[in-house]
Each structure stands twice: as C-alpha cells, then as structure tokens.
Design a protein around this ligand. Sequence first.
Ligand SMILES: Cc1cc2nc3c(=O)[nH]c(=O)nc-3n(C[C@H](O)[C@H](O)[C@H](O)COP(=O)(O)O)c2cc1C
Length: 181
Amino acid sequence: MDYAKVNIDKPLIQRLMYPRHTVLVTCGGKDKRNIIAVGWSMPVSINPPMVAIGIHPRRYSYALIREMKEFVVNVPIVELKDVTLLCGKTSGREHDKFAETKLTPTPGMTVASSAIKECVASLECKLASEIVAGDHTLFIGEVTAAYCTDGSYDRKYALGLLPLLYHVGGNEFVTCNRQVV
Ligand SMILES: Cc1cc2nc3c(=O)[nH]c(=O)nc-3n(C[C@H](O)[C@H](O)[C@H](O)COP(=O)(O)O)c2cc1C
C-alpha cells in the first residue's frame, strides 16, 4: 500500500474512527421507556466502573436521560441489526420502540429504566456528569449493576458464539469474530 494521504471533509472526519461498536441505550424509567441506537460509547473508568455515551441534544433520549439521571447500555449481537436500525431511525417521541421492535424489557436491578432481554449484556448506569462536546453531549454514567448472558463472557466475550455489531455508516454493519494471530 502507498501511504500517500488525502484530506477528509469536516462532516466525514468522525467516520475515520469507524466501524463503531453499537449499543442500544434504554432510558426513560418505566413510564416513558425508550431505546436509542448509539455508536459513540466507551468505557472511561475501571474503578469505579464508568461509561460515556455521546448523545445529540435533538434526541428524545437526551431529554429522558437528563430527566431521569440514568440510562442502561445494552449490547446487541448481529441478529439484532434490523431492530438496532429501527431504534436509530425513529424517535421515541412518536414511536413505542419496545412495542415496534418486540424487544423484551426486563426490570432494572438498580435503575427504573428497563434493560433488554435479547441483548447479551446490560450495564445499568446512574448519570454522574455530562460534558458538552461540540454538537453532542457526553453523558458519563457510573455503572451500578452489570450482567450478561450465561456462557457469553469469561473475562472477555466469546466472540465466536456471539458476534457483536459494529456500525460502518448508513445501513451497513460488520462483525468481528476472527482472531488476529
Ligand atoms: C447505528 C446507529 C448509531 C447511532 N449512534 C448515535 C450516537 O452515538 N449518538 C446519537 O446521538 N445518535 C446516534 N444515532 C442516531 C439516533 O439513534 C437516532 O437519532 C434516534 O432516532 C434517536 O431516537 P430518540 O429520539 O428516541 O432518542 C445512531 C443511529 C444509528 C442507526
């Protein structure tokens, strides 16, 4: 490969950091429960365990997370690609996404919001702080409970069994279940 570089236009710069591990964030407590697809998430602290998600202020979920001061990060596998797209293209202002996706809400152990049964793992978070970062806001949550499907995880995911979902852009996703030797 030749290492000559070309410049990338501003709106596409963030795509240089794709594909992104995509999660389904649930929020809104019991009464206004909602699901949003999120590609911009990351762990930010080991002890205490904390995670951050980048959410645009126009999202309904933005208002719900600020109101309830909690959210749940749920980890889907490739079989959930279509419902992930639905959660990323419709707003909870007009859609009951649990009803439309037929995903099963399970009661939070430490938060009022539901987790998603069909996801391989869930991290319940209490909002610890928020940072405005350009046109998105980083919500940083302290993890108050975390659980995963039995057999899916032993210090690391069993990726051969459970291919996780990575967003490439638009409607495209890839997975990663091949070990690099
Ligand atoms: C794969 C995928 C990843 C997304 N990642 C994010 C993200 O990280 N942050 C964000 O604010 N919106 C993201 N979106 C867009 C929201 O999911 C979308 O605007 C959604 O309809 C908002 O729902 P809500 O209004 O119910 O909160 C993503 C969409 C898709 C399809």
